[in-house]
Design a protein around this ligand. Structure first.
Ligand SMILES: [Zn+2]
Length: 259
């Protein structure tokens, strides 16, 4: 029996902006656990300046809170690091990959474009977060179609399929992650939008920040437009969410208390 759990793997808070989540997934199969993105990890908390950098910590407002790390949240119901067999990444920005080192045995799935971008000297990444040597699995060819979008099959388990859905632009190889179970498609759009309202409002002010952060802003806007078309087609079996929009977290997930 496959179960999909929404989790928040950390908080970002850089006033005057409101707090932002690190909304990922834990997919539980009969055999193992699969993570979608990993948030802020224990190694980041132990060594933030080296792994994230002072400038990025302040700019994005990284909150170094161990209780929100993926590993701590999995340990409390009795799982261990070794129970995580695979991690699927939307992209390699520091707030998405910090937890990787807490699961050193897991295979780490990413688009070939993103892996290339990571090791191309792009200053948005911090290679210290990868110094443990992840077990990379790159996905290159378009070999499937998910609700009309080109996609790449990543993991096929009994009753479950996980695919990367290219939504390039935020980073060169940024992808959404589709989890398909019993005909239902759950699409993690990563940072294709920061706030869901951007789908309805092309002039949303957060678009300025997104423009600044984009490796390729034309591609980012094209990806956002593709998402708008997907959503407006009203597929009855589609649900979706992004990484940073707090309003998309299920209500049972603890909120960050702004003091
Ligand atoms: Zn992000």
């Amino acid at each position: 029996m496959n179960q999909i759990h929404h989790m928040n793997f950390g908080w970002l808070h850089a006033p005057p902006f409101p707090p932002a989540s690190c909304h990922g997934l834990v997919v539980q199969t009969n055999l193992s656990l699969i993570l979608v993105d990993t948030g802020i990890g224990m190694h980041d908390i132990a060594n933030p300046e080296e792994r994230i950098g002072v400038e990025a910590i302040q700019a994005a407002g990284f909150q170094l809170l161990p209780q929100f790390t993926a590993i701590r949240q999995l340990e409390s119901p009795g799982f261990s690091s070794d129970d995580v067999s695979d991690i699927v990444l939307t992209h390699c920005d520091p707030d998405h990959v910090g937890g990787l080192a807490d699961f050193p045995k897991a295979r780490v799935h990413v688009s070939a474009e993103e892996k290339h971008n990571l090791f191309s000297g792009n200053p948005r990444y911090n290679l210290t977060q990868f110094s443990h040597g992840p077990r990379w699995v790159e996905h290159a060819l378009d070999d499937s179609d998910t609700l009309g979008l080109p996609s790449r099959s990543v993991i096929t388990a009994s009753g479950l399929e996980i695919r990367l859905v290219p939504l390039f632009g935020h980073t060169t190889g940024h992808c959404g992650v589709a989890v398909i179970r019993e005909g239902e498609v759950l699409l993690h759009v990563g940072d294709a939008y920061y706030l869901r309202d951007e789908l309805n409002n092309p002039e949303h002010p957060v678009g300025q920040l997104a423009t600044l952060r984009a490796d390729d802003n034309q591609q980012r806007l094209a990806s956002l437009e593709a998402l708008r078309r997907l959503v407006s087609a009203e597929h009855p079996n589609l649900s979706y969410f992004g990484y940073h929009d707090v309003t998309e977290l299920p209500p049972n997930i603890e909120r960050y208390a702004v003091d």
